[in-house]
Design a protein around this ligand. Structure first.
Ligand SMILES: [Zn+2]
Ligand SMILES: [Zn+2]
Length: 127
């Protein structure tokens, strides 16, 4: 699978028994549908948060394509104070996280700085 941002081949990493596609070039992360909940250890809460997410206001002219169906993804906004923007495939293939966004999401999900998942993400993907 190639990175949707820079078109470089992505590597597969295992995080919390979930296969994560990671781009060494830009730090982007692709998660197949459902993997986010498993990775963060709380599937129903993740599902709920994603359902409540609102479409992001238009930020830039660039957009991401789903690496599976190559269709333009929708950008969603999560959180009130610290906003997190995630790209989601409209055909439910999965989610795209730019560098650092996955950790921000993990922190938002009540996994504070000291949590195992946040620590793990920091170790694997840096700041
Ligand atoms: Zn990339
Ligand atoms: Zn797709």
């Amino acid at each position: 699978m190639n990175c949707t941002s820079c078109d470089e081949p992505m590597i597969v990493l295992e995080v919390n028994e979930v296969e994560v596609d990671y781009c060494l070039e830009c730090g982007g992360i692709w998660l197949d549908s459902g993997e986010l909940g498993i990775l963060l250890g709380d599937e129903s809460k993740v599902k709920h948060v994603l359902k409540e997410a609102i479409p992001a206001p238009k930020k830039t002219e660039t957009y991401r394509k789903c690496p599976i169906c190559l269709k333009k993804m929708e950008e969603i906004e999560i959180g009130k104070d610290k906003k997190i923007f995630i790209d989601r495939c409209r055909n439910s293939h999965g989610l795209w996280f730019d560098r650092g966004e996955l950790r921000n999401f993990a922190e938002f999900m009540d996994h504070g700085e000291g949590s195992k998942v946040v620590k793990l993400l920091k170790e694997m993907f840096g700041e």
